[in-house]
Design a protein around this ligand. Structure first.
Ligand code: PHE
Length: 342
């Protein structure tokens, strides 16, 4: 019995085999247990001799099982350690990294340039009431400017009595919101998304503007022109950019002027600050007294200038991108081509 079980235990391949052997040998109906039960039918002399032997055998098998079990555990651990090792010196897999969108980059540049001139950033909602988007800006209901703007109107459920809302068609409503909240004097820019139903190479239904507003006791068009010249030179990284005002009309400014930057196109390459061409950059003017009043500011005490520039257009010019629509296609190949993605 001893040779048999010690041999079997030695050769056991795993823990379940060991458990089978334990049951076979010293389980309730195991061979050793049965032999021990035979002791009762022995003579006292026989029992004296066989009893201790069987007990010793049982102990020996028990400790052989335990020892083998421990050995099997060690072997399993060794095997795991051998198979599951990790080479921490291997180089890591490359991870794709996002980058800042060109329009966001340009917005940040513009914000930084105006911050140097003392302008802080103001914001307003993209879903705007038609009061802020139009009426407060001296664009009454029948005004042709409403039709010209290709406005997106928000649908209204029956019984909804809230005032009509639109997707803001320009950043100018932020002028009113800022005047209402902070009064005069003020010096802010308001960059953000605006919406018009328009789509071609230079128009997308969503695009970006940056509004400027400066109100003080004696602000003039000259201050406006200086700010725009400073901005253009800094943005296009040239010594000086001449700004030309072209007489225009906006309901919310009087007088109003279209903003042009002096430039040249040499072999399809844009150069700012020199040449005989003019680049249309946006609209501007002196804030209309009615607009100041709508914002809760006394037009007899205060005056100010306002301007609106197209951010996407500035980005296209700065980076030489011909089609505005590509900005918003999220095509990684396009973004990589222009160095806007890794
Ligand atoms: N809001 C005008 C537009 O979107 C631009 C503008 C802003 C003009 C401020 C004058 C003053 O076209």
């Amino acid at each position: 019995l001893r040779e048999k079980y010690l041999g079997l235990i030695r050769d056991a391949a795993d823990e379940s085999r060991l458990e089978d052997l334990r049951v076979q040998a010293i389980g309730k109906k195991g061979e050793v247990s049965l032999a021990m039960r035979e002791l009762g039918r022995m003579t006292p002399e026989e029992r004296k001799e066989a009893g201790p032997r069987l007990n010793a055998l049982k102990d020996e098998i028990t400790s052989a099982l335990a020892a083998k079990k421990a050995a099997l555990g060690d072997a399993a651990l060794e095997a795991r350690l051998a198979s599951e090792w990790l080479d921490v010196t291997l180089p890591s897999r490359p991870r794709a990294q996002g980058t800042v969108h060109p329009v966001s980059q340009v917005t940040e540049e513009i914000t930084a340039i105006f911050a140097d001139m003392g302008f802080s950033v103001a914001e307003g909602p993209q879903v705007e009431s038609d009061w802020y988007n139009f009426d407060a800006l001296n664009i009454p209901g029948h005004h042709p400017a409403r039709a010209e703007m290709d406005t997106f109107y928000m649908a209204r459920a029956e019984g909804d009595n809230r005032p009509p809302h639109v997707l803001r068609t320009h950043t100018s409503p932020v002028q009113i919101r800022h005047m209402e909240a902070h009064g005069a004097p003020c010096r802010i820019i308001a960059p953000g998304r605006v919406y018009r139903s328009d789509y071609d190479q230079t128009h997308t239904p969503m695009f970006h503007q940056v509004e400027g507003l400066a109100i003080d006791r004696d602000i003039s068009m000259a201050n406006l022109k200086w700010c725009l010249e400073e901005f253009a030179a800094a943005f296009f990284e040239v010594e000086k950019v001449e700004v030309r005002f072209r007489a225009s009309h906006f309901p919310f400014t009087e007088p109003s002027a279209e903003i042009d930057f002096r430039c040249s196109w040499v072999g399809g390459q844009l150069k700012l600050g020199e040449g005989d061409d003019w680049l249309e950059a946006g609209g501007s003017g002196m804030v209309h007294p009615k607009v100041l009043a709508a914002g809760g500011i006394d037009p007899d005490q205060w005056q100010g200038f306002a301007f609106g520039l197209g951010i996407d257009r500035l980005a296209m010019l700065k980076y030489g991108i011909p089609d505005l629509r590509a900005f918003f296609d999220s095509d990684l190949r396009w973004l990589r081509h222009y160095g806007f993605a890794a």
